[in-house]
Design a binder for this molecule. Sequence first.
Ligand code: AMP
Length: 288
Amino acid sequence: MLTLPSPEVVQETALRWKREAKIAFVPTMGCLHEGHLSLVRRAKELAPKVIVSIFVNPLQFGQGEDFEKYPRTLDADAEKLEAEGVDMLFVPTKDDLYPPHFSSRLQVTGLTDSLEGVFRPGHFDGVATVCLKLFQITQSDFAIFGEKDFQQLRVIQQLTADMNLPLLIVGHPTVREQDGLAMSSRNRYLSPEERERAGKLPQVLREIRSTFQTHPEFPIGEILKPARKTLEAAGFKLDYLTIASARDMKPVTDTTLANYIHEPRIFVAGRLGSTRLIDNQSLEEVSS
Ligand code: AMP
């Protein structure tokens, strides 16, 4: 596996590869777990050349967020990627991607007006900006994003369409722990006791899905109120627990689920102690 820090060398190498092979790309912030590795495996199915980036992007972290303490485990990450047969690991520094004269920002509107966009102002501008740069540098034909960060996936799909980028954005299902908790680099912040209580999050999402499927005539507010209570009783300080359409990411409140919502999903974000967790789930999916 080639490990390269320089955007210029990565782009040069990718342009050479591209003459003969398609390239699939997986952007990450490192501290890799099975969720990331499932994206890598999908990438390997899609193209003969696979590039993974590890970059904790300062542009997408707000004030008071965990940029400084975000876990960095580069050696272990590189070993895992090598074992998966990744062709290139791109590990730029902050200065490599944002030299002193850097002065551009991308903004995707609409899809970013709700959910994470409200609670993390500027977050998606940082995500969109770094992704466009990474797509240009890696010259990728495919980029794989997890549904764990569903709004991010939708924002990147929109960006790609709006900017006529010649690549396909591929969404990949969330990989979960045994109790259903979505795998996340941030789970390691949880104390053992918080980790146990965190299992309530996917459990509540599953319950909401099951209510939706058995009682679509229930008003949404009536479904969400007890769910919110359960999570608060488990110690969550919720930012949101919302049903929204996957198409426009607009929260749906004053209706019943029976009134047709395009691709309804339940989205949740909240803090357990000092750890912020997010999750989401399609309401149409058959229960597993
Ligand atoms: P991150 O390193 O958190 O920026 O995540 C990098 C990519 O991995 C993003 O596309 C995430 O949505 C995806 N990802 C993170 N956790 C999971 C998971 N549990 N299952 C599937 N994809 C994930």
